[in-house]
Design a protein around this ligand. Structure first.
Ligand code: HEC
Length: 137
């Protein structure tokens, strides 16, 4: 009797296994979830996505040294020549604990001057040939 029951149970399991693969076999379809974009070095349309810096020689040196204490925006909103960038760096070293940049300073300043030079026309051109009129007193 025991043997018979065992036989029935075993064979029905076998039957089930063969004709109901969904239960026993792991052949469900899985949805592919795309990997989250978490790339600190991603460059899109010539812009370093994480910081907004223009891609160029020295970019990562700038990213690694100039975004630790403040946002890249504070760098981006400035346009300076070599002397002014150097003196800004000197000022941060004197007053804000910026470390000695060593050889990186030249790389950083070269990058900044090539990509963020002073705008040649900061203000509108002076008006010429204007016919002024007298204001009534
Ligand atoms: C050790 C911290 C630190 C690092 C690193 C640092 N800065 Fe600064 N920086 C400061 C602080 C603090 C200020 C002042 C922020 C404020 O006024 O809110 C500042 C201000 C500035 C300003 C604005 C200056 C002004 O006159 O308004 C610029 C531009 C700047 N940083 C550029 C850079 C560049 C380029 C680098 C990379 C070489 C850099 N910073 C790295 C601390 C740092």
């Amino acid at each position: 009797m025991l043997l018979f029951t065992l036989f029935i149970v075993t064979s029905s399991c076998l039957f089930y296994y063969i004709f109901n693969p969904l239960v026993f076999r792991n052949n469900h379809e899985y949805t592919n979830i795309p990997a989250l974009v978490n790339d600190d070095n991603l460059i899109k349309n010539g812009i370093h996505v994480k910081t907004g810096f223009i891609d160029g020689e020295g970019l990562m040196t700038v990213v690694n040294n100039c975004t630790n204490c403040h946002s890249s925006k504070i760098v981006l909103q400035n346009r300076m020549n070599v002397e002014a960038w150097n003196s800004t760096i000197k000022w941060m070293q004197k007053t804000q604990n910026l470390w000695d940049l060593g050889d990186d300073q030249k790389i950083i300043v070269d990058y900044l001057v090539s990509n963020y030079p002073p705008k040649s026309k900061g203000r509108r051109i002076l008006l010429t040939k204007v016919k002024w009129y007298e204001l009534p007193e």
